[in-house]
Design a binder for this molecule. Structure first.
Ligand code: ADP
Ligand code: MG
Length: 612
């Protein structure tokens, strides 16, 4: 038998390794933007075509590379950012593994032009399949321009795996936002298919947040800022009314690196306490800074997860900082809050924490002070608690007002006489808890859930409408213009045909503006903007579900949105209309997402319960 082990050729080894770093256009965008930031650029321009599938280009005015470095940069493990293993623990740059450029060169056609201020000429290099095709001097401004074309041109299986342009663009925008949010003092722009999508002038963090998330946030940001020797936190949380149905606007950074942390998200969310409406997500942009030695860097940089040396301390700190900020905003401004001083005195803060010091400290008062008493909720006198409650009811009533009233006799349900045999005689209808309708049907009893039942009814109605040649639309008396955030505008643009199919008449008005000319009949006049905001929100919430078409998702969202809510009193006629309409549906016993619309208690079953 011959020996069977081969060494993989470099380009194949590189392609395989590249899979770890570059999964999709957005991963390349992240790496290139981070390199530009690391290079000290003050202006960074991102250009993409075809959702980055055709072209991703990043142009920066950073420090550039020498000819040799430019050539070296594409080798695996080539980095200027660490020299020895100890550097790894104090890393302050975004990159350090020296894998990104090598990976990109393995799976795309790459061109780089780079020039240092001290050199007369720039270096031009063309590289594909990890092989240098051309290298020559050229003229170029200081800085670096890298363009990568036809991502995965040599790995068709991966290329086919890429999602639609709208989804890949969405991912790119996400990465662009994560980097540009973290460096407000740098200029960033994003141009997609020749159209400028973002133009972010250098400015304060607040300006950057508003430029990215939309001017809606202008008066809705609460500043969070605490500084200690151990860690600093600064940034903004959105006032409770900015809470969303999806995790839309949640940005958490550690040492300027975007991270996802369910643990810290919990700290932030619970800091809001009862201020947040149920099932909604707080909006926040928060930056935690701490000594890099307190953070585990061995976690893979593309995974966005992070390990802290002392997670509990970071949790308590983040939570109290947010509470403090919220307390200042919604309660007495003169609150006596001495978080800083106490934390500063902690040994745990001044010195690196060891297991022994931690154990010793946990018994001292000062540690307890920090972890318990100095969280804002613990120092609220009772009258402040009361104000909190008022706040909540204020919020609730605002929410109620905003909820579109769905039922009032607008829905022309007709009782289908053919079905009479099945659903009649309806002897009595009672509403319970303003949520259920108790229906007696012969000797059986049905408990109908009003909201879920109505959701089923509307769902079928919208499906029918969207299947018709010309969906019915109610023209708005006063066409409304809506201004969306950049990301939402991109989504909206993509969804316009689907919106049209379900009865919305919306036109792109240029930039991020859209004009609403008409809506489905259930949308109340004057409520168009709210309805669309909510639809986009809910759509994003369901968006990761690839089982359904965009239209199906929109229809489901619309049905959910317009179903009469629990807690709405119904007249007899309304109950009757709803129950009739439900039993007129093709499927009667469940919503589109599979929740039961009613529960049936058969006579037999009831008898059995009573031992008869
Ligand atoms: P890493 O960022 O982990 O060091 P990369 O593969 O991303 O690895 O980059 C390799 C090296 O190339 C970097 O360490 C840096 O020295 C150089 N480099 C990459 N991009 C740029 C850029 N835009 N400007 C200047 N130097 C760069
Ligand atoms: Mg890098």
């Amino acid at each position: 038998m011959p020996d069977i082990i081969n060494l993989l050729p470099d380009n194949i080894a590189n392609q395989i390794a590249a899979g770890e770093v570059i999964q999709r256009p957005a991963s390349a965008v992240k790496e290139l933007l981070e390199n530009a930031v690391d290079a000290g650029a003050t202006e960074i321009k991102l250009i993409i075509t075809d959702a980055g599938k055709q072209l991703i280009q990043v142009i920066d005015n950073g420090k550039g590379m020498s000819e040799t470095d430019a050539r070296m940069a594409f080798e695996r493990h080539a980095t200027s950012k660490i020299k020895n293993i100890n550097d790894l623990f104090s890393i302050r740059t975004m990159g350090f593994r020296g894998e990104a450029l090598a990976s990109i060169a393995a799976v795309a056609q790459v061109e780089i032009k780079t020039k240092r201020a001290e050199d007369n000429l720039a270096t031009y290099i063309e590289i594909e399949n990890s092989e240098v095709l051309k290298q020559e001097p050229c003229a170029a401004p200081n800085g670096t321009s890298i363009s990568m074309k036809n991502l995965f041109f040599n790995v068709p299986a991966r290329r086919n795996f890429l999602k639609s342009n709208s989804i890949e663009t969405k991912h790119i925008i996400e990465e662009f936002i994560r980097v540009s949010m973290a460096f407000p003092s740098l200029f960033f722009s994003l141009t997609s298919n020749g159209q400028q999508v973002f133009h972010l002038e250098s400015g304060s963090l607040k300006q950057r947040v508003i430029a990215i998330l939309g001017s809606y946030y202008t008066s809705k940001l609460v500043q969070v800022q605490e500084e200690t020797d151990y860690l600093n936190i600064n940034g903004f949380v959105g006032k409770p009314e900015t809470a969303k149905k999806s995790r839309g606007d949640q940005y958490l950074f550690v040492n300027n690196r975007f991270i996802k942390s369910g643990y810290l998200n919990h700290a932030i969310t619970t800091a809001f306490d009862s201020l947040l409406p149920k099932d909604s997500f707080a909006s926040y942009v928060l930056f935690i800074e701490l000594n890099p030695e307190q953070v585990d860097v061995n976690v893979h940089p593309t995974k966005q997860e992070i390990k802290f040396e002392d997670e509990r301390l970071v949790y308590a700190f983040v939570q109290s900082a947010v509470k403090h900020a919220l307390a200042q905003f919604s309660i007495a401004p003169s609150l006596d809050f001495t978080l800083n001083a106490d934390i500063q005195q902690l040994d745990a803060i001044n010195k690196p924490i060891t297991a022994e010091t931690k154990e010793a400290l946990s018994h001292t008062n000062i540690y307890k002070t920090f972890t318990q008493q100095h969280q804002a909720h613990a120092i609220e006198p009772s009258h402040q608690k009361a104000e909190l409650k008022e706040w909540k009811s204020f919020y609730q009533s605002a929410l109620d007002q905003a909820t579109p009233e769905a039922l009032p006799n607008q829905t022309p349900f007709r009782f289908n006489p053919n079905l009479q045999e099945e659903v009649t005689p309806l002897l009595a209808l009672h509403q319970l808890h303003q949520t259920y309708i108790l229906v007696t049907k012969g000797k059986d009893i049905l408990l109908v859930h009003q909201q879920l039942a109505h959701e089923r009814v509307l769902y079928e109605k919208y499906v029918t409408n969207s299947n018709s040649q010309k969906p019915t639309t109610q023209k708005s008396l006063f066409p409304t213009t809506i201004e969306l955030s950049v990301a939402d505008a991109v989504l909206m643009e993509d969804l316009l045909p689907e919106f049209a199919a379900i009865g919305f008449d919306i036109e792109h008005f240029g930039g991020n503006s859209f004009i609403i000319q008409g809506t489905p009949a259930d949308v109340l006049q004057g409520n168009e903007k709210h309805s669309i905001d909510l639809l986009l929100e809910q759509f994003k919430f369901f968006n990761s579900d690839f089982k359904f078409s965009k239209r199906e998702k929109l229809i489901r969202c619309l049905a959910k949105q317009h179903a009469i809510k629990d807690g709405t009193p119904l007249s007899r006629l309304e109950m009757q209309t709803l129950v009739d309409a439900l039993f007129n549906c093709t499927i009667t016993n469940a919503t589109a997402s599979g929740l039961p619309t009613f529960i049936e208690f058969k006579e037999d079953y009831l008898n059995k319960l009573f031992g008869r």
